[in-house]
Write a protein that binds this ligand. Sequence first.
Ligand code: NAG
Ligand code: NAG
Ligand code: NAG
Length: 457
Amino acid sequence: MVFLKGRAFRACVCSIIAAAVGLSLMLPVFFAETSLSEKILGDWLMWSKPSGSTEDHSRSLNGVVGRDLNSGDGCQLKVFMYDFPQKFNLGMLKQSQVDQDLPWPDDEIPTRWPGRTGLKKQHSVEFWMMVDLMDSRLGKRGDRKVIRVRDPEEADLFFVPFFSSLCFNKYGTLMKVPISEKDKLLQEEIVKLLMESPYWKRSGGEDHIVPVHHPNAFRHSRHLLNASIFIVSDFGRNPPEMSSLKKDVVAPYTHVIPTYENDDSADPFNSRKLLLFFQGRIKRKDDGIVRTKLANIIQNQTGVHFEEGGATEDGLKQATEGMRNSKFCLHPAGDTPSSCRLFDAIVSHCVPVIISDKIELPFEDELDYTGFALFYSVEESLQPGWLLSQLSNISQVQWLKMWRRLKQVSHHFEYQFPSKRDDAVNMIWKQLQRKVPTIKLKIHRKQRLKIADWWSW
Ligand SMILES: *[C@@H]1O[C@H](CO)[C@@H](O)[C@H](O)[C@H]1NC(C)=O
Ligand SMILES: *[C@@H]1O[C@H](CO)[C@@H](O)[C@H](O)[C@H]1NC(C)=O
Ligand SMILES: *[C@@H]1O[C@H](CO)[C@@H](O)[C@H](O)[C@H]1NC(C)=O
C-alpha cells in the first residue's frame, strides 16, 4: 500500500514537493495532524528513504500513522459545479415534473443509472461525472481524483451540469417535431446562464468542463462554447477549430454488455471458438459504408460471426455470448468513428480489431492500445482475404498477451458508483487535471495583457 502511494506521489510530485520538503522540518508535529498531512508525510518518507527497505519501512510507517494512509490525496482536482436547475441534469431521469426548476438536492445522490433508459446509458459520462462530484463532498478518499469545492475562487475547473447527450436522446432525436424544440431551448437557456457567470466571463469558458458525448449533443449551441473543455466520444462531427486533443477529453462510452467477471479459463485461446465477431447494423452512412463492404468479404466465412443485429434485449444477450466466445471482435466505423461496441469488446476481453481511420481513443496518454487491440486501415481491410489471413496468423502466444493486457486495463472503462481508483471517471478527472496548468497560465496572462494576443500560443 505504501509502495503504491509512492507511485502516486511521483505522478504529481510538482504540486506537493515543496510542501513535503517544508514539512520535513516538523515531522513530530505532523504525525498527529490530519489525514492530508499524513498523506504528505507518508509520501515524503517514501520518496526520501533509501531504496531496499520498503518492507520494514512500510510496517513502521503503518504502525505510527495508523489506519488511513490512503485518505486525502493532496493531488486532487478542485472542481466547482454550478447549481443549475435539475431540468438540465438529473431531473431528466425522473418521470415527474416536480421541482424541475430547483437544483437537484445534494443529499440525494442517485447511485445507478435507471434501468428503463438502457440505450441512453452509452453516453452517460455526464451522469457519472456529476454524481462523483456530488459524492466527493462527503469526504476525501485516496482513490478519488476530484474534490468538489463550494467556493468558485478555489476551483481549478468548473463543471457544467447539463446532460446534453440525454437531452438530445430524450427530446431531440426526431429532430423536426415540436418536442425536439425542447432540446434546443434547454441548450439556449444553459448558454445564457453560463454567459452571465462571472467565472465564465473571466475565462471565456476555457476552464469550464462541458460534456457533449453524443455526436448530436448540444448541436444547436455548442459552437458558442467552443473555448471550453468538451468531454467527447470522438471528433466525428466537430470542425477542427471546435475540438482538439489539446483542449478536450475523449471519454469511453458506458459499455452495455456486462463485464466478463470470471474470465479465467485454463485455455482461453482455444475455448473461444469463434475467430471474429461482429453484430450490429450493417448498413450505415458516411464512413460506415465500410461495414457493408466488409460484410460482402467476410460474412459467412468459417469462424466468423458477422450479423445484422439491434440493441434489443435478445441482441445484447447474443452479443454478450458472442464476444465471450470469440478471439477477436470487429470494430468498424459506423455513422461516427467510435461506438459503444469497442468498450463492450474490451470488458469481454475480446481483442478489438479496429477499422476506423478517424477514431480517437480515451486515455491514450496513459494507455498504449496496440498492446491489446489491432488496427487496420479501411483500405487494407477491404482487400479480399486479407483481414482473416492476418487474424488467423496471430499466434496463441501473441493473442494471450493481448488478452492478459485486456484484463489488466478493463477497469479503466468502468463507470460506477461510488467511483474506484483509476476507473473511467477518475481517469477523466486525471486527464482534466493535466490541462489545468496550461489553462491557468492562459487565464492569468489574459487578465493582465494590455494588447491581447500579441504573441500566439
Ligand atoms: C467558436 O466560438 C466563437 C465565439 O462564440 C465563434 O465566433 C466561432 O465561430 C466558433 N467557432 C466554431 C468553429 O464554432
Ligand atoms: C450470407 O448468408 C446469408 C444467409 O444464407 C445471406 O442472406 C447473405 O447474403 C450471405 N452473405 C454474403 C456476403 O454472401
Ligand atoms: C504470419 O506471421 C509471421 C510471423 O509473425 C510472419 O512472418 C508472416 O509474414 C505472416 N504472414 C502473413 C500472411 O501475414
